[in-house]
Design a protein around this ligand. Structure first.
Ligand SMILES: NC(=O)c1ccc[n+]([C@@H]2O[C@H](COP(=O)([O-])OP(=O)(O)OC[C@H]3O[C@@H](n4cnc5c(N)ncnc54)[C@H](O)[C@@H]3O)[C@@H](O)[C@H]2O)c1
Length: 267
C-alpha cells in the first residue's frame, strides 16, 4: 500500500509513535490524516503540525460510541477511510496485584479498542472492496514485558486479534499489519522505565528507537503489505528462540528481569 492520496486515521496520535505516524503519513502524501486521542490539545497540536490535511478528533478509544462517531464523521466529511492505525495503548506498570479496574482498563485500551475499530470498519471496507488495518501491539505481544502482567497479556491478545482479522477477512480485501516494536523513545517508555530493574533499563536504553524510525519501518511494512512490522529486526530472532525452546527462552527472560542479561527488553 502506498500512502499518497489516502485517507488515514491514527489513534493515540497526540503523542509518541502515533504522532510520528500521523506526520509521516502526511509527508508520504496522504490526502487527510485524522488524529484521534483523548488528549484534545495534543490531537490538535499534531493536526496543526500537519497543516491543512490534518484533522483532530477527541475520542476515548475504550468507548465504542466514540470510535463509531469518529469513523462516521471522518467518512461523512472526508471520504472512505483507507488506513486505520489503531495505535493508542497503555502500560499498567504492575504485576499480579494490579487491581481488577486496571486489568479492565488495559484490556479495553490495548485490545477492545482494536475490536471496536474493526467492528465498525470491516463491513464498510469489505463492501467497497478493501481497506487496511494497522494495529499497534508490541514486541511484548510476541515475547513478554517484564514487570507488567496486564501489558504482556493484552499485547499478546492484540497480536492474536490482528492474526484473526487477517485470517478471517484477508480474502475479502482486508489487509492487516501488526506493529511490534521493542523500546521506543516516547512518554510511555519514560513512565515505564521507573519500574524497571537496572539491567532491564540499561538494555532498553541500548535498544531504544526514535518514533520517527518506527514510522519509517511502518511505511516500509505497509508498502510491502507485511503482517508483522518489526522496527527492531532482532525481535524475529527472539520470537524464533521462544518458539523453538520455550524453557530456554523463559530462563533467559528470568535473567533479564534480574538484570543479568544484556538483551534489550520487550516494550
Ligand atoms: N514506547 C514504547 O516503548 C512502545 C513499545 C512497543 C509498543 N508500544 C505501543 O505503541 C503505542 C503507542 O505508544 P507510545 O509509546 O507512543 O505512547 P504515548 O504514551 O506516547 O502515546 C499514547 C497515546 O495514546 C493516547 N491514549 C491512551 N489511552 C487512550 C484512550 N483511552 N483513548 C484515546 N487515546 C488514548 C494517549 O493520550 C497518548 O497520546 C501503544 O499501543 C504502545 O503500547 C510502545
Amino acid at each position: 500500500m502506498e500512502l499518497a492520496d489516502r485517507i488515514c486515521v491514527v489513534t493515540g496520535g497526540a503523542s509518541g509513535i502515533g504522532r510520528a505516524l500521523s506526520l509521516r503519513f502526511a509527508a508520504e502524501g496522504a490526502r487527510a490524516v485524522v488524529v484521534i486521542d483523548r488528549d484534545a490539545d495534543g490531537a490538535v497540536a499534531t493536526a496543526e503540525a500537519i497543516g491543512e490535511r490534518g484533522f483532530a478528533n477527541t475520542a476515548d478509544v475504550t468507548v465504542e460510541a466514540d470510535i463509531d462517531a469518529a469513523i462516521e464523521r471522518t467518512e461523512a466529511e472526508l471520504g472512505p477511510i483507507d488506513l486505520f492505525a489503531s495505535n493508542a495503548g497503555i502500560l499498567s506498570r504492575q504485576g499480579l496485584d494490579a487491581p481488577d479496574e486496571t486489568w479492565d482498563l488495559v484490556w479495553r485500551v490495548n485490545v477492545l479498542s482494536h475490536v471496536f475499530a474493526a467492528r465498525a470498519l470491516v463491513p464498510r471496507m469489505v463492501a467497497r472492496g478493501g481497506g487496511y488495518l494497522l494495529n499497534t501491539a508490541s514486541a511484548a505481544g510476541l515475547l513478554s514485558q517484564p514487570g507488567d502482567a496486564a501489558y504482556s497479556v493484552t499485547k499478546h491478545a492484540a497480536v492474536a486479534l490482528a492474526e484473526w482479522l487477517a485470517i478471517t477477512y484477508g480474502d475479502q480485501g482486508i489487509k492487516v499489519s501488526c506493529l511490534c516494536p521493542m523500546a521506543v523513545d516516547t512518554a510511555m517508555l519514560a513512565g515505564g522505565e521507573a519500574d524497571m530493574s537496572a539491567g532491564a533499563k540499561a538494555a532498553a536504553v541500548r535498544g531504544v528507537l526514535a518514533p520517527e524510525v518506527v514510522a519509517d519501518a511502518v511505511v516500509e511494512g505497509l508498502h510491502d503489505e507485511r503482517f508483522l512490522i518489526l522496527p527492531h529486526p532482532e525481535v524475529a530472532a527472539y520470537e524464533l528462540r521462544r518458539a523453538s525452546d520455550h524453557d530456554r527462552w523463559l530462563a533467559g527472560m528470568r535473567r533479564l528481569v534480574t538484570g543479568e542479561d544484556g538483551t534489550p527488553r520487550a516494550g
